[in-house]
Design a protein. Structure first.
Length: 142
């Protein structure tokens, strides 16, 4: 999945805003300092977020990323395009796998709000599952 700093910084800034505002105005300079993001870059991001009407705690993480023109996709191909990204314009053998991964990421990020992140309600069992699945098993190639 390709997710640039634009999408990550937008989410970081919105979470910071939700955590620190408590209904009171908060300056972008404060967010920029706490998150170590350039103020001018943050101003650009917030212009896009305001335009999208996303400066609120109920906002979904996927909406934040999409508002700063950051597509959520795991393929190099244009979503929904009939042609692929290979030199001969065909799709690779794993195209559907990566396209579905992008869909699942979008669904997950659509299910998580800023309030969920601020209240640490996204701390599921992924760490435990990862340790159980990969921690004790070793793969061998033959």
């Amino acid at each position: 999945m390709r997710l640039s700093t634009k999408g990550r910084y937008a989410v970081m800034a919105m979470v910071d805003l939700a955590q620190h505002s408590a209904g009171d105005p908060i300056s972008l300079a404060e967010i920029a300092e706490r998150q170590e993001i350039s103020l001018s870059y943050l101003e650009q991001l917030f212009a896009m977020l305001r335009k999208g009407g996303l400066v609120k705690s109920e906002t979904r993480i996927a909406d934040i990323i999409l508002a700063v023109d950051e597509p959520i996709r795991a393929t190099r191909c244009t979503p929904g395009a009939p042609i692929g990204c290979r030199g001969n314009r065909t799709r690779c053998a794993t195209h559907d796998l990566w396209e579905e991964l992008g869909n699942q990421i979008h669904l997950y990020l659509s299910s998580v709000s800023l309030a969920d992140v601020c209240e640490q309600r996204v701390l599921g069992s992924s760490g435990r599952v990862h340790r159980e699945t990969f921690g004790s098993a070793t793969a061998t190639a033959t």
